[in-house]
Write a protein that binds this ligand. Structure first.
Ligand code: SF4
Length: 108
């Protein structure tokens, strides 16, 4: 099961945007039911950092809300896609002004 960009969840959002709340909620619940089943045992967290809160979304999100510096790692792909579109406005020259930080990753 793919979480990021999941087709069923995409369909759910489409239904919500079209004002079809009942269908949106139905599809969303199907997505969540599949998620619960698939990730009963499996690791759902895409974060690669060496972090003691790996996979513990409740505490991970609380930490990020508390320090307010950046988002949980699993959100990066989605947010970077949006930033990339905005970055086109300056022909991605912002890339010349930034350098990604060194990160301590966990062992696979
Ligand atoms: S919220 Fe934190 S713990 Fe949960 S999937 Fe995202 S990075 Fe992992």
């Amino acid at each position: 099961m793919v979480i990021d960009g999941n087709p069923k969840e995409k369909e759910s959002m489409k239904a919500f945007h079209q004002g079809n709340r009942v269908e949106g909620q139905k599809l969303q619940e199907e997505f969540v039911a599949e998620f619960r089943e698939e990730y009963k045992e499996k690791d759902h967290c895409s974060c690669k950092k060496a972090c003691q809160y790996h996979g513990n979304c409740k505490e991970c999100v609380a930490i990020h809300r508390a320090h307010q510096e950046h988002l949980p790692n699993c959100m990066r792909k989605m947010v970077n896609q949006k930033i990339k579109m905005l970055s086109e406005l300056t022909e991605h020259t912002v890339a010349n002004e930034i350098e990604p930080p060194k990160e301590v990753l966990r062992r696979e």
